[in-house]
Design a protein around this ligand. Structure first.
Ligand SMILES: [Zn+2]
Length: 397
């Protein structure tokens, strides 16, 4: 289906797009982002993105106050869990090969809890600064011994003369105004400035589906391939130095395909390069949609059976999958006694009139617990066992 998008194509500004999928969520009260959007493809440049009505300032507000990355125990990017540390070590080692001058300034925009900067510091880099919209993340970064300030791509700190090296690791997929973001960075970069970019690889989403439509979540609103990332950077006068792909772990034992690239600022840049087409991306995303839908159908059948047997239920896990499942009337109208989440940023929020409780707070309930995440199903089962809870534990798959 064709339509005129709310959000212009973030790369070429075209608004006549093709809808690939409609995604809905039930959000907790006060959540500033959209409860649904179309995933669309731009027929002019093959970029795939969420046609999400919220503007950049809504996303800024979200990452300032709703940041799940604040909790070092459950988020990624902080370098606390063994799998996250390993990922950050590998990225830092790569950067030591390409950024050999350890005196140049390195700015990590969207630094979360400063995990990558901490690794770079251990490798002898001194001129480091983290930027993050969340004040808590900035404090957590400073606690690792690395300087950090509250800010974003659109509010860069004034006290750094110019940026020699910039890290954008798992950031651009979250940004509504991509043109504004790269323009803003480019203006602040040194003449020989370089940017390292790491992103989820949309052309390989279908290869590793652990949870249906996981990539079509409230936060990931841009779905890049190596080609469409290059279109964005080249249109702002950046020259590709090198690029590659690998698998990281974004949750335990779950490989996650990413693309990375290194860009040099072209000081003589005059006009945008022609956009390169990515003719294979649409069919790869369509395969991801079809496979996700098949998995979701199985989950919804299981859910219907569970709800037939249990009139009251506790839902543990209030992440992306739960927010999708709640749009299913079978679950939306079920006898939900409580929501539970281990991440403090989610605790105390409300879905309808039902609060999200801490694991300790549900000791007084004897209803069965349905674990409503696939990515963290195993860790939550283990937590329930360690807490000695005697509730029946039910799984989606
Ligand atoms: Zn476009």
């Amino acid at each position: 289906m064709k339509k005129t998008s709310f959000r212009k194509c973030p790369i070429c500004e075209n608004q006549d797009v093709e809808v690939l999928h409609r995604q809905h969520f039930v959000l907790p009260q006060g959540h500033p982002l959209s409860a649904g959007y179309d995933v669309v493809i731009c027929p002019e440049c093959d970029f795939i993105y969420a046609d999400s009505p919220p503007a950049q300032q809504d996303y800024d507000a979200f990452y300032a106050s709703f940041s799940k990355y604040e909790d070092k125990g459950t988020s990624t990017g902080g370098g606390i869990s063994y799998w996250d540390v390993r990922r950050l070590e590998q990225t830092a080692e790569y950067l030591t090969r390409v950024w050999t001058d350890r005196t140049k300034s390195i700015i990590d925009v969207g630094c979360a809890n400063g995990g990558l900067l901490h690794q770079l510091r251990k490798l002898g880099y001194e001129n480091l600064c983290g930027i993050d919209p969340s004040a808590r993340c900035v404090e957590n970064t400073k606690a690792t011994g690395v300087s950090a300030v509250v800010g974003s791509l659109f509010h860069l700190p004034d006290n750094i003369a110019s940026f020699d090296r910039v890290i954008l690791s798992h950031v651009l997929e979250h940004v509504a105004d991509l043109q504004g973001a790269i323009r803003s960075l480019s203006l602040r970069m040194a003449t020989d400035g370089e940017i390292y970019i790491e992103l989820p690889d949309a052309s390989r989403y279908a290869d590793t589906i652990f949870s249906p439509f996981q990539e079509f979540n409230t936060e990931h609103i841009n779905h890049f391939s190596a080609i469409t990332c290059a279109n964005l950077m080249k249109s702002h006068g950046f020259v590709l130095s090198e690029q590659g792909e690998h698998l990281i772990e974004s949750s335990p034992d779950k490989p996650y395909p990413v693309i990375y690239s290194l860009w040099l600022k072209d000081s003589y840049f005059k006009q945008a390069a022609n956009l390169q087409r990515d003719g294979e991306l649409q069919s790869k995303i369509n395969a991801y949609i079809a496979d996700s839908q098949e998995m979701l159908n199985v989950i919804e059948r299981n859910l219907a059976n569970i709800l037939q047997c249990h009139s009251k239920i506790i839902l543990w896990g209030t992440g992306q999958l739960m927010m999708k499942l709640l749009t299913d009337p079978a679950l939306g109208n079920a006898g939900i006694v409580a929501f539970v989440d281990g991440n403090p940023i989610n605790q105390g929020k409300y879905f309808g009139k039902i609060p999200v409780r801490t694991p300790e707070e549900i000791r007084c309930y004897d209803s069965p617990i349905l674990i409503t995440t696939l990515l963290h199903q195993q860790e939550i089962s283990e937590t329930i066992r360690q807490m000695g809870l005697s509730n029946d534990v039910l799984l989606l798959l």
